[in-house]
Structure formats: C-alpha cells, structure tokens
Design a protein around this ligand. Structure first.
Ligand code: UDX
Length: 441
C-alpha cells in the first residue's frame, strides 16, 4: 500500500486515482474546482466513463479513495503525487501549460516531506526539466524530490480496462531510482515496462499518438482514392491488417479523428518541430487530411440533396467524437453539423450520452429521444458516431420514417448491399462505386 496524491479529476486523474485505489493504495484526489469535488463526494462523476462510477463507489466505501480541494490534505502523507491536469491547445497550437505550472508551484509550496512528482499530463518535450525547476524555485525551503514522466495511453470509453491491461508503461527520469519506484506501483498489472530518460518518455507519448493519427489519415486518404477507383476501403483495410507488419488497428476510415488528444497532440508536436527549426511535413499532412475528411462528408451530404441543404432536415446519429463517451471535444459530428447549419440546414440529432454537452455548444440543433425520432421526416440520415445501438436498428422502419431513403454512413457500420436491398440510397466512406463495383454516383 502506498500513499498517492492525484492532482486533477479529468479523465486521466479520475482513472489513475480510482484504479490505483482499486490496486490497494490510499489515494487522495485533489481538484481546485469545488463544485466538482462536492459532486464527487456525493458520488456524481465529472465524466462519463463505463465502469468508473461503480469503481469509485467501491473504493470510497473501502476508504481507499478520498476527494478534496486541499493540496495540504492531499500531500500530507503522500509518497507520490501524480499531476493529471489538462494541457489544452493555446492559440498557436502549442500546449498551454498554465495548469501544470500552477500544480507544480502549489506542490512546491505545500509539500512537507520528500516526494516523487509524476507527470501524467501530455506535455511538450522538456517540460519535466521545467517542472523540476519550478518546484525547486517555489519551495520555501529545500525538500528532496524527483520528477518522473509517466505518459498516459488510456482511451476514453475503455479507460479502466486500458489502465488495468496496458500494452506497456513508460517511465522517464533523470533519477533512475525514482522512475523504478513509480514503475513498482504498476507491478500488479504485470505489463512491459520501459524506463528511459525524461525527454524520451515525453516524446514516446507524442510519437505514439501522432503515429495512430497518421494511420487514420492514411486510411482516410486511401478511402478517397477507393471512392474514385471503385474499391472498398473496409476490405482494403482488412486485407492489409492481416500483414503482421501492418496489423489491423486504427485503419477504420470514417469521419476522421477527434477528441481531446489526437488533434491537440499532433498540432503540438508539429509546433514543437517548427519552433526547433524543422519542417513537419507528414504531421501537417495528417492534420490536413483529417480536416478534409470532415469537409468531404459535408460535401457528400450536400451532393445527395441536389447540391443544396438550405431548408433541408438532416438527421444525425451520433455526436460524440467516438462511441462510449459523452466527449464532444473536436468531434467531427459537430464540425459537420456547424457547416451544414451555416448553409441553411436544420439538424436533428440523437446521441445516447453526449446530448447534454451539445446543448451549450450548438443551441440551435434539435435533440430528440431516439434514432427513429431522428429519421422521422428527415431528408437524409447520417451516421457520425459508431455507437453499437445504431448497428441493429430496424432499418425498414427507419426507411419508412425518412422523407427520402438516403443514408450516409460516415463510420461504415452497415453493409452496402443490405442497405441497397432495403431500398436505401447508401453512401459509406471509401466504399467504391457505392460498394457494388458499378459507379452509381
Ligand atoms: C487516444 C489514444 O488512443 C490514447 O492512447 C491516448 O491516451 C489518448 O488519445 P482517445 O482519444 O480516447 O485515445 O480515442 P481513440 O479510440 O484513440 O480514437 C481517437 C479518434 O480516432 C476518434 O475520433 C476515433 O473515431 C478515431 N478513429 C480511431 C478512427 O477514425 N479510425 C480508427 O481506426 C480509430
């Protein structure tokens, strides 16, 4: 059992705190947002993440997990403090480090005994050294500490499983002993461990996210070519994925990547490269292709509606940036909805969990209770998040409800042939000449 303080109760913080508590440690989770902490004390989660609420409840009841706004309370017994605060994009694409700086400064002011400071927030290469400097300068009197970078690789929607069954854990520090101590916290998971220097560790995180984003943009570019040449990108990806050197993951063509990580991290890495005098051509292309993918879907919708969406009702299934999350940050669905609304379309949408978050972001969007209400009287139906519940809809009923039986499958969840047999005008992403080997558009 170790005493661990976790700063920040967003995705990374909540999952880190709760999973470490579940592994038998005593955790104090600190957040400066009083409202959030108050709600957490009442069992209300700040985020939607499958399985989190039950795990929090179990560990709070077992007195292994506490929530507070007080750094003093958090650091009182702590041997480790995990910084898990947000690093949003600043205007120029550089990561904004104000929350990391504030956390490091307060840790320095409030720590009373030797401490290992672990950085889990995604931070530009070199931030570990900078964090150490901030702490050193802000300490009222010198107390021993070490900074360790431990990047987080969890995915929203499967964050707990990702924490408990990681592909690897990475630790970076100038102090090897400190890195090993942090690595020991993860021993119960039995995962592969990479111990390295702090800058390399920070870079591993950026390079991993950028590589996955590159795979997505790659397959999206291929999807556009497939549409021109009459091939089906889903089959192309399947055929490629069996090659062990390629593998099947992150090759789903669709509306492009969104969320709080890929867009921000690719931009930040490109920015780091630029600042240091190199020209990040591939990273720029990855971002450009991702933007184009959204535009391309918008254009496809307009084309299917006789080149004008003005006054048309567009039914949207899915608003979250991916399934199993209520997160709408940089969601392709929202970009596409905004563009179409600017062109005069009326958007009617349904998402199993993200609708509450959309209300402030897009106040004029009509939100309805279920997929059938979306289809009712709509001129076209568009799938933008591949929630499971959209995969088994009664499509005969959907077709009857629609004004026109036009279906744009922005995540390729349906079989083109089945949809055509049901009488839909079906368009997926990169599915050849409408998936039939004959040009139909
Ligand atoms: C990602 C990384 O996977 C994770 O390791 C890191 O810690 C944070 O960023 P996350 O943003 O939660 O996780 O989602 P992920 O499942 O990776 O998907 C990101 C985006 O890519 C989504 O918008 C998803 O729809 C899109 N995507 C993913 C595709 O378009 N095609 C794919 O094949 C895979």
């Amino acid at each position: 059992m170790k005493n661990i303080c976790v700063i920040g109760s967003g995705y990374v913080g909540m999952v880190t705190a709760t999973c470490f508590a579940d592994l038998g440690n005593k955790i104090v989770a600190v957040d400066v947002d009083e409202g959030k902490i108050e709600k957490l004390k009442q069992g209300v989660m700040p985020i939607y993440e499958p399985g989190l609420e039950e795990l929090v409840e179990r560990n709070v009841n077992a007195k292994r997990l506490y929530f507070t706004t007080s750094y003093e309370e958090g650091l009182q017994d702590a041997d480790f403090v995990f910084i898990c605060v947000g690093t949003p994009s600043a205007v120029d694409g550089e990561a904004d480090l104000k929350y990391v700086r504030a956390a490091a400064q307060t840790i320095a002011e409030k720590m009373t005994k030797p401490l290992i400071v672990v950085n889990k927030s995604t931070v530009p290469v070199g931030t570990g050294d900078w964090t150490a400097e901030i702490i050193r300068n802000a300490q009222p009197e010198p107390i021993d500490f070490a900074v360790v970078s431990c990047p987080e690789f969890l995915r929203e929607g499967s964050a707990i499983a990702d924490f408990m069954n990681p592909d690897r854990n990475v630790f970076g520090s100038t102090n090897r002993e400190a890195a090993e101590e942090v690595a020991h916290l993860y021993d119960p998971l039995g995962a592969v461990t990479v111990i390295t220097d702090i800058r390399t560790s920070e870079m591993i995180k950026y390079a991993s996210n950028a590589f996955l984003a590159t795979r997505i943009s790659f397959i999206n570019e291929i999807s556009i070519i497939c549409e021109r040449l009459g091939a089906d990108v889903t089959e192309v990806a399947r055929g490629m994925g069996y090659d062990k050197r390629i593998g099947p993951h992150f090759l789903n063509a669709g509306a492009g990547f969104g969320g709080s990580c890929f867009p921000k991290d690719v931009k930040a890495l490109a920015n780091m490269a630029l600042i240091h005098g190199t020209h990040p051509q591939l990273l720029n292309a990855v971002m450009e292709i991702n933007d184009f993918q959204r535009k391309h879907l918008g254009m496809k919708i307009r084309q299917l509606l006789d080149d004008s969406v003005d006054g048309k009702v567009i039914g949207m299934l899915g608003l979250a940036f991916k399934p199993n999350t209520d997160d709408i940050r940089d969601s392709p669905a929202l970009t596409i909805a905004r563009t179409l609304m600017n062109q005069g379309a009326k958007i009617r949408a349904y998402d199993p969990v993200a609708m509450e978050n959309v209300k402030d972001e897009l106040p004029t969007i009509e939100l309805v209770e279920n997929p059938y209400a979306v289809a009712d009287g709509a001129d076209i139906l568009v799938v933008l998040t591949e929630w499971n519940e959209f995969k088994q809809l009664d499509m005969k009923r959907v077709k009857k409800l629609l004004n026109e039986p036009i279906l744009v499958d922005g995540r390729n969840i349906y079989k083109p042939q089945t949809m055509r047999e049901l009488g839909f005008v079906y368009r997926g992403v990169g599915r050849g000449f409408n998936g039939e080997g004959v040009r139909s558009d």
